[in-house]
Design a protein around this ligand. Sequence first.
Ligand code: SF4
Length: 341
Amino acid sequence: MRTAAGEQTPGMIRGGLVDRFGRRHNNLRISVTDRCNLRCIYCMPEEALFLPREELLTFEEITRFVQTVQPLGINKIRLTGGEPLLRKDLHKLVHMLVQVPGIEDLSLTTNGLLLAQQAPRLYEAGLRRLNVSLDTLDPQHFRQLARREGLEQVLAGIEVARRLGFSPIKINMVALRGYAEKDVVPLARFCRHNGLELRIIEYMPIGADQWERDKVVTADECLQWIGEQVCPLQPVASDPTAPAQEYAYSDGQGRVGVIASISRPFCHSCNRLRLTAEGKLRYCLFALEESDVKPLLRRQPFDSQAVQELVRQTVWAKWDGHQIHSAQFVKPQRTMHAIGG
Ligand code: SF4
């Protein structure tokens, strides 16, 4: 991804990381590991080959990258995986990142299996916002979807996090046909009852499985079921750059968000970049090309301008959006666990 040598990347001319479509990027998702202790059928293969530890960016390198891109306008960080809580001493990275001036928001997406143990240290380190991936309250469905046990641990983790004061805690549910029909209403009730926000994510072609469009349960279907069986929902204004469209219950008791990449694509307002665990920068979840920042992060003496230039070029090369609805769609080689949500 190159512009003419020495040419200032146009995006910077207008200030910040602005791409060719005028989208300003301030949100960075950082995968800290590709390892996971679940095997969700819509995400990763049963037999996954994981990165050797020395391939992973160190906490110091991740922090240096964040310090380097913050002046370009990055002010929101989300830590992801694989399963980020499998990365040893993750609370130390949280502590390093909350110290970076200009980072206004730090959050984490976890499958919750290790949350009960690690939540106190994460909270102490300064983390306040959590998304916990949970597709069902049915133990059998959990086993079928995650190909592992663990529902009770996840629920225990959510309870510990709630008591510690993490807020908001959002529950990310991937809505898969054959499951969501039975699972979305009990999950909506559970979230409403416990002061959690349900996030319904449409099933995307980013996993190891063969994606089938008719397995997508749309946002509209889920909202209809919840509105009819739990409480009527009304659309509410939400951050236009955020992937979720938000709805509030008519009695004021809680919210539901939908991340409808298939039925209501939101690429026109995308503000996200992704850094993989081994240091590849991706301008889109479905990107077919990446920039390698690791060599620049390990170069001595460190050259922050070289990193910033590579980031600008990556943003400038960004396409208008995923191609899922076009015949040209090519599924990325990487599966979700090696990119991060
Ligand atoms: S699919 Fe790509 S461009 Fe579209 S919202 Fe997601 S990350 Fe952004």
